[in-house]
Design a protein around this ligand. Structure first.
Ligand SMILES: Cc1cc2nc3c(=O)[nH]c(=O)nc-3n(C[C@H](O)[C@H](O)[C@H](O)COP(=O)(O)OP(=O)(O)OC[C@H]3O[C@@H](n4cnc5c(N)ncnc54)[C@H](O)[C@@H]3O)c2cc1C
Length: 545
């Protein structure tokens, strides 16, 4: 059996950052296991390939969620990346850290070292901001490039003007001092290509002799000696593949993501005893929080038919698409270089609130049945509103002892009344913005939900009919103090009651970020690397209120 100092399971957003940082020390050896293949496919690197990766089984786990009352009994698709870079190789490229209060909230829950002052230095050291940014908040020396949009559609500008006319200020940098306001999105795209965590962190580190990356290596279980994690079993080539095992001299780190880190713990006998027994798994270590506290953002998309203006829809087929591909090939501006979202707006459901609780995106394109994945034929534009910090929570549970069976994923969207109230306010705001004066010349009619939908109940009915994930599941291995009975890891990300085992990925987030959560996940992994190496954290950045 091969032995390394550290074994990391999952080469996603967190796994790539960790593999890079841990292998900086030439005196240790690191093994990174990834169930998917290398990130060779061109759709990963062409920004608009996002739309194709949505349904590509080779690079996507293609999970489906359990039906629930507020999804009207629908099973919603939950894509997850399955390749080097993980979900950062299939995501929508948006860079959004969240608000100061998010991280201060984590610290207030008893997680020492996770307040905004503590995590800001990590955000700064990870990024290479190209564009506007105050040096207090933004980094220029990191390897994760963040650029501004370089193609400006007249509808996007009209949408922003409409918001400004309604009193929502243009915010030059929503990753700076304050998130509140509206502007174009900041993206992880550089020289026309996606910047995944693999591109920024893993590929440069793969030249190091002390880093071993094994792809198509599906981890199936952890091996313990007493309470200590010793090694990871995996099947080379996936189901039916060759059984292998790698040993960790120092630590095993789980970075399989919000669904799969839970799955591997539960398969290994770590979790709620009753659940494990009911699935025929011997209980190794009772930890009731494993798989609980799943939260996600839920958004219904407003689709409007457009007149007097071309939208991305028409440019995405036939001869026009051929022209776009040709432009792309010679390095010109093309729809192939676009992210699915062009504009970001952060606003409040109630005027007295101190910060935003609504996030709203705009794009000069529209999707079939409101689901991202296929563009419509007629000209259209879309605004997607959601509540930033949902209270509703669900769970992830294995269905059986089969490591290849997808776990039960139930986010329980909108079960809390607050979430429904804020979502209705967000939907009303979306409609108001789409109907603003600057968009009037191009606004034909609201295709979904349509003018017939007016009351709060009708709005919620529309959310039920077509709401969907915005792909930000988190929280299933919650970080928390010993007094939190559902915490799975402590504030050094060590699994409670076990040794030699940490979790570092989006699953450890104690509460939802007011953000798309790739940036927050990279920060978690970067901080985890210091904790694992016993390195002193960077000096906190103390800001005045
Ligand atoms: C379609 C989509 C769009 C998104 N858009 C955005 C966006 O625009 N901006 C943003 O900030 N966030 C976005 N997100 C969310 C963000 O990308 C994720 O939250 C983030 O990548 C999660 O990182 P992670 O490290 O927790 O997990 P992942 O990046 O999902 O990594 C987990 C890795 O572990 C591997 N793995 C899992 N199980 C095993 C196993 N048993 N054995 C071996 N390997 C295993 C997986 O294959 C994967 O590579 C999006 C996500 C998706 C899916």
């Amino acid at each position: 059996m091969d032995t390394f100092d550290y074994v990391i399971v999952g080469a996603g957003t967190a796994g790539c950052v960790l593999a890079n940082r841990l292998s900086e020390d030439a005196n240790v050896t690191v093994c990174l296991l990834e169930a998917g293949p290398r990130d060779w496919h061109p759709y990963i690197h062409i920004p608009a390939g996002f739309i194709k990766l949505f349904h590509m089984p080779g690079f996507n786990w293609l999970y489906t969620q359990e039906p629930s009352e507020w999804t009207g009994g629908r099973r919603i698709l939950a894509p997850r990346g399955k390749t080097l870079g993980g979900s950062s190789s299939i995501n929508g490229h948006i860079y959004n850290r969240g608000q100061r209060l998010d991280y201060d909230g984590w610290a207030q829950r008893g997680n020492r070292g996770w307040g905004y002052a503590d995590v800001l230095p990590y955000f700064k050291r990870l990024e290479r901001r190209i564009g506007e940014g105050d040096a207090t908040y933004r980094g220029r020396e990191g390897t994760f490039a963040i650029t501004d949009i370089d193609q400006f559609h007249p509808l996007s500008e009209a949408f922003i003007q409409g918001a400004v006319s309604l009193g929502i200020p243009r915010n030059p940098d929503y990753n700076g001092e304050s998130q509140l306001g509206i502007n174009y999105a900041q993206r992880a795209i550089m020289h026309g290509r996606r910047v995944s965590a693999a591109r920024a962190f893993l590929h440069p580190a793969m030249q190091r002799k002390n880093l071993t990356v094994r792809t198509r290596a599906h981890a199936t279980g952890l091996v313990f000696e007493g309470k200590r994690a010793l090694s990871v079993r995996y099947l080379k080539g996936g189901r039916g593949g060759k059984p292998e095992e790698v040993r960790a001299r120092r630590e095993v780190i789980l970075s399989g993501g919000t669904f799969n880190s839970v799955q591997l713990l539960q398969l290994s006998g770590v979790g709620q005893p009753d659940l494990l027994k009911s699935r025929g798994i011997e209980v190794r270590h009772a930890l009731p929080g494993v798989g609980e506290n799943l939260r996600d953002h839920y958004a219904p998309r407003f689709a409007v038919r457009v007149k007097n203006m071309d939208t991305i829809n028409e440019r995405s087929r036939g001869l026009k698409l051929a022209a776009e591909i040709a432009k792309w090939c010679v390095g010109g501006q093309s729809i192939l270089g676009l992210s699915p979202t062009q504009v970001y707006c952060f606003w409040k459901s109630e005027p007295h609130l101190e910060t935003s609780d609504i996030q709203l995106t705009f794009t000069p394109a529209s999707y079939l049945e409101g689901m991202q994945g296929q563009l419509e034929h007629e000209p259209g534009m879309t605004a997607a509103p959601w509540q930033q910090r949902p209270e509703s929570k669900g769970y992830v549970r294995i269905r059986s002892a089969d490591p290849f069976e997808q776990p039960e994923i139930q986010p329980n969207y909108l079960t809390e009344e607050t979430d429904r109230r804020v979502l209705v306010a967000a939907m009303r705001l979306a409609r108001k913005l789409l109907k603003s004066k600057p968009l009037e010349p191009y606004y034909a009619y609201e295709d979904f939900p349509g003018d017939k939908v007016q009351s709060d109940d009708e709005m919620l009915g529309a959310a039920k009919e077509r709401g969907t994930t915005t792909f930000h599941p988190m929280g299933t291995c919650r970080m928390g103090p010993a007094s939190d009975p559902e915490s799975v890891v402590d504030d050094e990300l060590r699994v409670r009651g076990l040794e030699g085992l940490r979790v570092a990925d989006a699953s450890v987030m104690p509460m939802m970020l007011s953000a798309n959560i790739n940036a927050g996940t990279m920060m978690i992994a970067d901080k985890a690397s210091d904790l694992i190496r016993g390195k002193a954290p960077p000096q906190p950045i103390i800001l005045k209120r």
